[in-house]
Design a protein around this ligand. Sequence first.
Ligand SMILES: *Cc1c(COP(=O)(O)O)cnc(C)c1O
Length: 360
Amino acid sequence: MARVYNFSAGPSMLPEEVLKTAAAEMLEYGSTGQSVMEMSHRSKEYDAIIKEAEQDLRDIMGIPDNYDVLFLQGGASTQFAMVPLNLMNKNKKADYIITGQWANKAYKEAARYGNARAVASSADKTYSYIPKTTAEDFDKDADYVHICMNNTIYGTKYHELPDTGDVPLVADISSCILSEPIDVKRFGVLYAGAQKNVAPAGVTIVIIRKDLIGNAMDITPTMLNYKTHSENGSMFNTPPCYTIYIAGLVFKWIKKMGGLAEMKKINDKKAKILYDFLDSSKLFKGTVVPEDRSIMNVPFVTGNEELDAKFVSEAKANGFVNIKGHRSVGGMRASIYNAMPVEGVEKLVEFMKKFEEENA
Ligand SMILES: *Cc1c(COP(=O)(O)O)cnc(C)c1O
């Protein structure tokens, strides 16, 4: 068996150790005589799995007691509707910062339910930077301000949060959750689809301040009301049981690695190896302004589409897969989530150097 270095933006690599544990437990979990896939979600064994997963996530992220952790379905995209349905409830207004396609989709969805306002955008330069904002840019009467913290497609990230005053900040953290420590209490809501940095596709993690629950619009479908899931411990209906189990294994892996401070060290190291090379290369260059660079998604180009295509195809033949850029940006993108080992990035850079020599 030869496992490749998978630079996919999502679904993406999982820690090999987690996959091995899952494989070992596939036919029988503990001494239950059954796979987690086959278990009733109401069983005491499964109850322990989901509760432990939640506790481990609370421990690693330092989630305060006045926040609920919900394991939902529908992907981050469903949160684009759930957030306004549940939170645009006082003044029916919300401010959005448009830093890419996901942020824009969230904004457009919110506009269906109330007065969504685009406060700032970096569309003018293909979302290659994070627009600067000050507290005065935001409407004091807005029910919340929404940002996409790490822009998976364009490779930008908020290294400093916008000052929104007393207005709750809501963040899509799909592609940066668990990549570094985060101060949860600065947010009203955090949400993330699992398939980038947590687990296989199928579960969406929502971390929400409890006082924001319970005032959903009347039209809100039961399943899209945070209250429904909060009151039922994410068990109102069948949760994505197996995916939550894998997420739980990933949380334990992160704990064992030393927690989020340690993950950040490793992620910074990987990103630096790649960005240092991009900054010194005559062939490849990064597409994002240095101060807003993501440590998870690294887009780069050669400036020549044919050469980009040649690189992608030779990379694949050498075991570096899914490195083609998003169709809207072109070029390449290396997604280097938690599960990508340092060695994978070092080998990629070696390969890029060789490609540069051969194609000078
Ligand atoms: C992938 C992604 C999404 C979409 O997630 P789904 O789970 O497919 O709905 C939304 N936001 C960001 C930042 C993403 O990276």
